[in-house]
Ligand binder design. Structure first.
Ligand code: PLP
Length: 358
């Protein structure tokens, strides 16, 4: 990214050599990210973030289905970047069915089947829930739509799934898939949307100078795009080994933290990089602040909620005390057992210094 910012800073649309260099860089990067997703480069469009990809997918899918109906299915535990654009559509007269997870945080394809109607135009289902690590049945939902010969499009927010769990939109038959670089070690402020071949006339997000095959105009964020591709390349090196290590660490962390009196797991997410636990009676906001001061970075629910109670835990029906004490531990390829041991010690100390809230 530094090289792109300081040396290869041409505009990819410019005709001079620096411009051609930048164009090559953007297209090579697109090929790298597309390869990780198992799709053709021409089906991948760069955006400014996962939020933008979700908003674009949902808005344009609604437009695409405008002659078919106004019913949309989603889950009650999607990221706000899905729930909020859907709420806006609801205000415009769309009917949104929000599938509730069970106490373990999971939703089933049977719930989707029960909710699916003739006038359903879109299903938006995330691949991995960012707060529980639960993996949702996206491939099964795609199969269901095919079996029912439904006109509904299937959008998947795979921001937490890319290079963490199997993610194969082409083989599964997903129409739209959102990605974001910063969940795999890439820069913030760059995302992508996969748009299936069948959506040739997909509605542009930003009409303008015609970049991104006319669908998302605006001069390409070349350094971020290069950073996205670099992150994909680095993450894919020995990926299976990295994922196995993360899964083993998650299991070590779960076993170790569950020895703390009152600690319980929240949901049974199987993704290797997210573990949700609750120290009921000890509000997570206090834990996160105190541990943060010691250099231990964990989250309370979703980082995006800024202190608001999590809609995910509410939808799962967690008792308030458990929801209020929920912390999310995330694992990356560089997390170590020593990190987990430090977390364990800090949580024990936190607990020893405070009385539990009733
Ligand atoms: N979707 C999920 C599941 C996420 O976890 C996030 C970010 O935390 C987003 C969407 C938003 O992505 P971005 O921060 O790139 O807008």
């Amino acid at each position: 990214m530094y090289r792109v910012l300081t040396e290869q800073f041409g505009n990819p649309s410019a005709q001079y050599p620096l411009g051609h260099q930048a164009r090559t860089l953007v297209e090579d990067s697109r090929a790298v990210v597309a390869d990780a997703l198992g799709c053709k480069a021409e089906n991948l469009f760069f955006t400014s973030c996962g939020t933008e990809s979700n908003n674009w997918a949902i808005r344009s899918a609604a437009w695409h289905g405008r002659h078919t109906g106004k019913h949309i299915i989603t889950t009650a535990v999607e990221h706000s970047a899905v729930l909020e654009p859907l709420r806006a559509l609801a205000q415009e007269g769309y009917e949104i069915t929000r599938l509730r997870p069970d106490r373990s945080g999971n939703v089933t394809v049977e719930q989707v089947a029960d909710a699916l109607r003739e006038d359903t135009i879109l299903i938006s289902m995330m691949l991995v829930n960012n707060e529980t690590g639960c993996v949702f049945p996206v491939a099964e939902a795609a199969r269901l739509l095919k079996a029912r010969k439904s006109h509904a499009l299937l959008h998947c927010d795979a921001v937490q799934g890319l290079l963490k769990v199997p993610c194969d939109p082409v083989r599964w038959g997903v129409d739209l898939m959102s990605l974001s670089a910063h969940k795999i070690g890439g820069p913030k402020g760059i995302g992508a949307l996969y748009v299936a071949d069948s959506l040739r006339n997909f509605r542009p997000l930003l009409p303008g100078g015609g970049q991104e095959r006319g669908l998302r105009s605006g001069t390409e964020a070349t350094a971020q795009i290069a950073g996205f591709a670099k992150a994909v390349e680095l993450r894919r090196e020995n990926l299976a080994e990295k994922l196995a290590r993360m899964a083993a660490l998650k299991s070590y962390c779960r076993d170790r933290l569950l020895t703390i009196p009152g600690m319980e797991t929240v949901g049974d997410g199987t993704a290797p990089h997210i573990l949700s636990l609750s120290l009921a009676g000890y509000p997570s906001a206090n834990i996160v602040t105190e541990l943060g001061e010691q250099g231990i970075c964990i989250s309370a629910g979703s980082a995006c909620h800024k202190g608001k109670p999590s809609h995910v835990f509410a939808a799962m029906g967690l008792p308030k005390k458990v929801a209020a004490g929920t912390i999310r531990v995330s694992f990356g390829p560089d997390t170590t057992e020593a990190d987990i041991d430090a977390l364990y010690a800090a949580l024990k100390e936190h607990q020893s210094k405070r009385f539990p809230m009733l």
